[in-house]
Design a binder for this molecule. Sequence first.
Ligand SMILES: Nc1ncnc2c1ncn2[C@@H]1O[C@H](COP(=O)(O)OP(=O)(O)OP(=O)(O)O)[C@@H](O)[C@H]1O
Length: 348
Amino acid sequence: MDRYKMLEEIGDGTCGCVFKAINIETYEIVAVKKMKRKFYFWEDCMNLREVKALRKLNHPNIVKLKEVVRENNELFFIFEHMECNLYQIMREQQRPFSEEEIRNFMSQVLQGLTHMHTNGYFHRDLKPENVLVTKDVLKIADFGLAREVSSAPPYTEYVSTRWYRAPEVLLQSSTYTPAIDMWAVGAILAELFTLSPIFPGESEIDQLYKICCVLGTPEPAVFPKASNVSLLMNLSCAEISPANLSDIIPNASLEAIDLIMQLCSWDPLKRPTADQSLQHPFFHVGMWVPYPLRDPLELKLNNKGPKPNLELNLWDFGAEPDDCFLGLTLAVKPSVSNLGGKLMFVLN
Ligand SMILES: Nc1ncnc2c1ncn2[C@@H]1O[C@H](COP(=O)(O)OP(=O)(O)OP(=O)(O)O)[C@@H](O)[C@H]1O
């Protein structure tokens, strides 16, 4: 790590501290994520199958991991540096974003997600802080919780940010699919209009309550295998009716409201995939598309979106520990150079 001079701390997350740094040989500005836990063996951090798969995640809307360095049992990730994140942008925004700006933001997030999902990974902790921004370019970051579609322990409770957590995760459903990322996209899309979170739960039960206040209580049959479904049963007794989303997000067009409602469907199978979302009329304003907009009221009463082709929902969790680090074995080129006690993976 002698090649890098740390300039300032720019983030302190669960798994690591992130620093802005300069490569003193090339003068390139980078972001260095120093993992908080020690890594005594490369095997702790590398899994060839995942390495191979994650190398595929090379996309303009996914933050680029340039290098992985293990030195003195400490692990460092060298990423391309981004100016700020979407949370900071929203916090500093003095006026509502125009729909055109929101369309631009969301289409980039969805393109990154399409790439990730079609390559067999899903993020699991999508939130505005994990969407990095430089000028007009957005990139998805923080794959600390990313999962291979075909791996992960069963029922593992993982720490994703509550406000963007899908109901099936809150209810500890037996299977999670890439549709949990699509829920988060819906919540972020709504927030881009109002500049405040749509489901700001203060606890897990409050989170479900806040969702019920917007969507109304769901059919219990939606989550047949959820182990925490009693939480929902308690709320269902109250029979909360759905709100009119246009009242909550008055500056959103009907197209935007329709997309948010589809993405924030209780039933994960009714959420459009990232790819399908990009085909939604919201992204094709001014173009004729053979896609009938549904009445939002009718949607709320009878929440039947088009059946997404969620090929990725048939995965099976394996038995690996739910390690924060796992997903960060991304995109690592399996060409190792051993530099006198320092191990380094250089990325494409
Ligand atoms: N490539 C980057 N360029 C600029 N800033 C970054 C970069 N990567 C991360 N950051 C900043 O550091 C913060 C924390 O990074 P990150 O989310 O990767 O860490 P983490 O430990 O996994 O966090 P979390 O608690 O969200 O899981 C981000 O919200 C972002 O503001």
